[in-house]
Write a protein that binds this ligand. Structure first.
Ligand code: ADP
Ligand code: ZN
Ligand code: ZN
Length: 825
């Protein structure tokens, strides 16, 4: 028998290996194997059975070992990663790496001991006998150590067969403690003292009160049905110390037991409130019916669920997931990275409890590994997380939800594969005969167009959920403040114009809450010398340094690489002392607010204030508990549901429009609509939104002001169609990076020339220096590929051929191929 193995190398092909007799049972598709490859030994993944060895005209090397009992990769994921590799033009090995949990790239360690059973078994098996002799000589040892002493040809599968015969005992751990399972100590009565009356006998024998208390407490737990409680729980109930417990263990009366615990990032979050139980609105019911019909028919379908914030989308996700679970199938809920909103996660927890495994970027390796294992073993049936959760190792998948499907954070960039989780979700659902729900208040133009073309089915939730008396909260009034005009009228001194200041003042006086968006962190984004125009830039990146204030001091920081410098008091170019602060970051708005409403409690939420593990959650808690103002970057725009917010202010609505990206308008419209949706979510309190801008006539602002998604989509789609941009075409970029500018440029030119040769109907533009030319001392060039029509095929062909012709770039240089690029900068 032979198998095809994919290696974690930038190579597209699979390699064929022979499977030795001893490994045949274990060598299943999806399992990791150790194989020889050009003088090295590498871990690869079996992707399928190979051709018969006799038919091959080359000498097939043998698999050295199979590393998994249960394949790490399910068949469904093998197939999906192949699609990812083809579509995003990346090696299959790299796509496979993305589905393995962080921990499995770490070596496993097998601890072996010889047992006394059947001393003569395996005497005829040469390797087996040698291993047993080695174990007899060395006591408990590791497989790696055995291999060092008796030679490399000791396969794990052989050890497993010996273990099945009871001649050796094997314990498998992960050698890296970051991912090793975590244990907790539990306590029980020793076997001789497990009969019913033993505790009473023991209590009579024992003299110390504390010792008796421990025995009594343990007996109590046992009577309650917990014969092996946690040691600390017993100590707490008995009010005893560990030394008391230990003395009982030393006397042979009690035993300590190590038990594995699953780490979960939810452990330290409060338990969720029990879920409310309401009747669905007619629109919600229609949407749910459409989804459950497909689930019942075991039929693939993608639904675009379009509904403004508060229209009840999440409720539909929950009901759909309940339907899927009732049929014994599993589900994935994707939420945008920064919006791993505790509120959303808590709502799912309230309904599904321990069936959920949460995955997110702030988890450590151990937590991630545990979550992965719970999903892989079927202990958990629902994965909630950001984009990578779309690759969760679930079988019999029934539903994938992509909440806020328009979010850019669903696109992965580094490392490859550079996949779009929404598109992978649709493809995964398709292959699993499952249902995919894409939800948004402002669907991406791609999804809207796919619904018009009939690829997705559109479901509408046209209004906000009404209250018990049937009243629906009105959409907030949106006022646009023209900053140029405000300045003329002398109503602008600082970042907040007078009308916005007054509106905030009124809310604070009335005890209502305000949300303020300023999509830039720090104090001032730029410093500039008044005399000569000099501005401090990062040494390693071609961007200006942002002024930050902290602990009463000031500092310049690079937002790309983290470099920090002191603030110059004098211009290094001309010696001038007039150094001005230009632009406004969240810190500066905070300082201004402190002057405007000195009596208000102000919370600032940006990347600087949410670094801590639950920082985001804590800030939201504090706002919920009554702070007056929540000020922050786009983090504040998502998924928050606060009933007392009656004012939303956007300090600078133009921030996003400055980027030379064909999606700039769409992003601005989405952000403004999202943040406006935070105002006036109750029926009694009317909401107001104030947008400050220098472009009051810009279409993105006009449509956001009118809450007019359709109007926006119409105008934006017409423009995209004319230019052949997505959804009427596909784009891809290739980014070239490296330390020496000339070499990067040459690399870019060579590639681009070749891309042109293979481009067919696709256009190739570039190479050009990237929008930000230098990041972390790496020079960057970029080439853009664009093709009209529904298929990215011509781009993929050109990219694949060029990559195959070029091979790997020189050491220290990188070529990043990005199909369906989100940020065309
Ligand atoms: P979205 O996800 O579209 O923002 P949600 O599902 O969060 O909307 O619903 C908004 C609010 O209305 C939530 O507090 C939710 O609990 C409540 N809600 C949703 N559906 C109903 C319903 N059918 N009846 C009563 N309340 C509902
Ligand atoms: Zn100067
Ligand atoms: Zn930098």
């Amino acid at each position: 028998m032979t198998v095809n193995v994919v290696l974690p190398l930038p190579l597209d092909q699979a390699y064929t290996y022979r499977v030795p007799e001893a490994l045949v049972g274990a060598a299943q598709a999806g399992a990791r194997v150790l194989v020889p490859f050009r003088n090295r030994r590498l871990t690869g993944i079996i992707v399928g059975e190979g051709p018969a060895a006799e038919t091959l005209d080359f000498d097939v090397k043998a698999v050295l070992d199979v590393l998994d009992d249960v394949p790490v990769c399910t068949e469904g994921l093998l197939d999906l990663t192949k699609w990812i590799a083809d579509y995003y033009v990346c090696p299959w090995g790299e796509a496979l790496k993305a589905v393995l949990p962080a921990g499995t790239t770490v070596e496993t360690e097998h601890r072996l001991t010889r047992t006394d059973a059947a001393p003569d078994a395996w005497a005829d098996h040469e390797v087996g006998r040698t291993v047993l002799e080695d174990l007899a000589a060395h006591g408990e040892t590791t497989l790696a150590a055995v291999r060092k002493r008796v030679g490399p040809a000791v396969p794990l599968a052989l050890i497993r067969r010996m273990a099945a015969d009871d001649v050796v005992a094997v314990e498998t751990t992960l050698s890296d403690e970051r991912v090793a399972p975590k244990t907790e100590t539990h306590l029980r009565f020793a076997p001789a003292f497990q009969h019913k009356d033993a505790p009473d006998d023991l209590i009579e024998q024992l003299r110390g009160n504390k010792q008796r208390a421990v025995v009594r407490a343990l007996a109590g737990f046992r009577a309650e049905g917990t014969p092996e409680p946690r040691r600390t729980d017993v100590m707490e109930r008995a009010d005893a110390s560990y030394s008391t417990v230990r003395s009982l263990v030393e006397k042979g009366m009690l035993e300590l037991v190590e038990k594995e615990v699953m780490r979960s990032p939810l452990d330290d979050l409060p338990a969720p409130d029990p879920p409310p139980d309401h009747d669905l609105l007619p629109a919600q019911q229609d949407a749910l019916d459409a989804v459950t019909d497909a689930v019942d028919a075991h039929r693939y379908g993608t639904f675009l669920l379009h509904g403004i914030t508060g229209s009840g989308k999440t409720e539909v996700y929950i009901r759909a997931l309940q339907a899927v679970r009732a049929r014994g199938r599993t589900g994935i809920i994707l939420v945008p990275e920064i919006a791993l909103t505790p509120q959303t996660v808590q709502r799912f927890r309230a309904h599904f409890g321990d069936e959920i495994a949460v995955l997110h970027s702030q988890m450590n390796m151990g937590e991630r590994y545990d979550a992965w294992r719970r999903l892989r073993t079927g202990e958990a049936a629902i994965a909630i997380g950001p984009r990578s959760a779309v690759l969760a190792p679930l079988e019999d998948l029934g539903l994938i939800v992509v909440d806020e499907e328009h979010e850019a954070s669903y696109k992965q960039f580094d490392p490859a594969p550079r996949y779009h989780a929404r598109d992978v979700a649709v493809m995964r659902a398709h292959r699993a005969d499952a249902v995919c729900i894409l939800g948004s208040a402002t669907p991406s133009l791609e999804s809207t167009m796919n619904a018009r073309w009939g690829k997705y089915e559109r479901l509408e939730l046209p209004e906000r959920v009404p209250d018990a008396s049937g009243k629906t909260a009105a959409l907030p009034d949106v006022r646009v403040l023209d900053l140029a005009l405000q300045r003329k009228k002398h109503q602008l001194d600082g970042a907040l114009a007078d009308p916005l200041r007054e509106a905030i003042r009124t809310r604070v006086d009335r005890g209502e809450q305000t949300i303020l968006l300023q999509n830039r962190r720090g104090y001032a984004p730029v410093l500039e010398c008044e005399d000569c125009g000099w501005a401090p830039e990062c040494q390693s990146c071609s961007v200006s340094l942002t002024l930050h204030r902290h602990d009463g001091g000031e500092q310049l920081r690079c937002h790309y690489c983290g470099y920090a410098a002191r603030v110059p008091r004098q211009c290094p170019e001309c010696g001038g002392r007039d150094i001005h602060q230009i632009g406004t970051g969240t810190q500066r708005v905070e300082a201004e607010l402190e002057e405007v409403v000195p009596d208000a409690t102000i919370l600032r939420m940006d990347r600087d204030t949410t670094r801590e593990k639950h920082g985001h959650h804590d800030l939201l808690r504090r706002f919920e508990n009554g702070a007056d103002i929540l000020l922050g970057t786009q983090m504040i725009a998502k998924g928050l549901d606060f009933s007392r917010v009656t004012l939303v202010g956007v300090v600078d609505a133009d921030v996003g429009l400055l980027f030379p990206d064909f999606r700039a308008e769409e992003r601005t419209f989405q952000l403004l609509t999202q943040v406006a949706g935070r105002a006036g979510r109750t029926r009694e309190l009317a909401g107001e939104v104030i947008l400050q801008t220098r472009n009051p006539d810009h279409m993105a602002l006009r449509y956001a002001q009118e809450h007019d998604y359709e109007g926006f989509a119409e105008e934006a789609l017409a423009e995209r169609r004319e230019l052949g941009y997505p959804p009427f075409g596909h784009v891809a970029t290739v980014e070239f990076r490296g330390p020496d500018e000339d070499r990067v440029e040459r690399l870019a030119e060579n590639w681009t020339e070749q891309l042109r040769q293979h481009a067919g109907p696709a256009g190739v533009m570039g190479p050009e220096p990237a929008f930000i030319q230098r990041v972390k001392k790496q020079h960057r060039y970029r080439t853009l590929l664009k093709v009209r029509g529904g298929s990215p095929g011509p781009l993929q062909t050109a990219l694949r051929r060029t990559r195959d012709a070029h091979g790997a770039p020189p050491n220290g240089y990188h070529v990043a191929v990005d199909v369906d690029t989100q940020d065309v900068l």
